[in-house]
Design a protein around this ligand. Structure first.
Ligand code: KG4
Ligand code: ZN
Length: 362
């Protein structure tokens, strides 16, 4: 039996969770508390790092207490403390990791420093019991990546964005059009009554042999179109949103279908290959429908963990801790770990020039 307390503070959610694994049974989320700071940042149209760090300091103790109380476990019944140590906003990372170190030291438990991206990468094993290897598409406010997940601690990044993250492109588009923060859900809402064929926006990287993503050209095209017809009516905004979403889905589909083909080549013996989506943008129905159709054509299972576990949460961090404990891959010196604002999941792939975490959640 393994029971881990997880802590997540890398961006604008203060979260704590306890996850348990009993022998061969399915893992259990004993508690999962997420406090979103959206209201604190909304007036600024994006996440303000200093406000985020302060809000984590104020909330984290209570959130950890609540997660323990919900799990009906005492601290000494927990096997380890897992905390997000990067990548993310460094102020928040310091709050979460220092708190975790203090709890671990006081309780005499190991501290496991978790890469936030590993949390996203392993969630499908918590929710769907997926076997390795599988393909992960992570589309959030800070990341747009395709990762081959080969085992615990064994990840290979196949594609990343050379400029904006996809969620960031949604957020910036919303801002340009005067839609409220966070932009993604509002763009989707406006798009529902729009004409997706009114604007022929570019599909960046479509057909390119380089496997990566790019969204800044699309964002610029949206700005130009909006400026050209300003002032915008509600219908104009809806049409731009629908056309933007169609371009996103098309560009994303092109990149993902390349990756599915590569997966088939590299892992030919995988009986039931799967594509997992994670990150806030995975909530978008147009994006989801596109990916679902692609997967069914290519003979891949399409796995979308419940939204609550797809966006930032601490259950994924606790679970990554469970996986690491089970596999015996924990850093003996976890208590000395220093937060890393940048921390690629895959240390093998060279960083792309101009790439990395950007935008509201970077
Ligand atoms: O995974 P997430 O909650 O946080 C991190 O970035 O780590 O992702 C938030 C991002 C934001 O950029 C938000 O605008 C976008 O996900 N998002 C959406 C939708 N819901 C959230 N984008 C498009 N359509 C949505 N329905
Ligand atoms: Zn995330």
């Amino acid at each position: 039996m393994i029971r881990v307390l997880g802590i997540e503070t890398s961006c604008d959610e203060t979260a704590a969770s306890v996850v348990a694994l009993h022998g061969g049974a399915a893992p259990e989320i004993l508690s999962n508390i997420v406090l979103s700071q959206i209201e604190e940042h909304a007036a600024f149209g994006g996440v303000v790092p200093e406000i985020a760090a302060r809000a984590h300091v104020e909330a984290l103790d209570g959130i950890v207490e609540a997660a323990l109380a919900d799990s009906h476990l005492a601290l000494d019944e927990i096997d380890a403390i897992a905390a997000t140590a990067g990548p993310g906003l460094v102020g928040g990372l310091i709050v979460g990791l220092m708190t975790a170190k203090a709890i671990a030291a006081a309780a005499g438990k190991p501290l496991i420093a978790i890469n936030h991206l590993e949390g996203h990468a392993l969630t499908a094993r918590l929710t769907d019991g997926l076997d390795f290897p599988y393909l992960l598409l992570l589309v959030s406010g800070g990341h747009t990546q395709i990762v081959a997940v080969r085992g615990v601690g064994d990840y290979q990044r196949w594609a990343t964005t050379i400029d904006d993250a996809l969620g960031e492109a949604f957020d910036k588009t919303a801002k340009m059009l005067g839609l409220p923060y966070p932009g993604g859900p509002n763009v989707e809402k406006a798009a529902a009554s729009g004409d997706a064929s009114r604007f022929a926006f570019p599909r960046p990287m479509k057909g390119s042999a380089q496997p990566d993503f790019s969204f800044s050209g699309l964002k610029t095209a949206v700005r130009k179109a909006a400026t050209a017809i300003a002032p915008l009516s509600d219908q104009d905004v809806a049409d731009i949103c629908a056309s933007f979403q169609a371009a996103v889905a098309d560009a994303l589909g092109d990149r993902v279908s390349r990756a599915l083909a590569r997966f088939r080549q590299e892992f030919p013996r995988t009986a039931r290959p799967a594509l997992v989506v994670a990150g806030g943008v995975a909530a978008n129905r147009t994006v989801k429908a596109t990916l679902e159709a692609l997967c069914s054509q290519a003979g891949f299972a399409f796995v979308a963990p419940p939204q609550k576990l797809c966006t930032d949460n601490a259950a994924m961090i606790a679970w990554a801790g469970v996986e690491r404990l089970r596999a015996g891959i924990i850093d003996e010196n976890g208590a000395d770990f220093v937060p890393r604002s940048r921390w690629p999941l895959d240390s093998v792939s060279a960083p792309l020039v101009g790439s990395g975490r950007r935008g509201a959640k970077a």
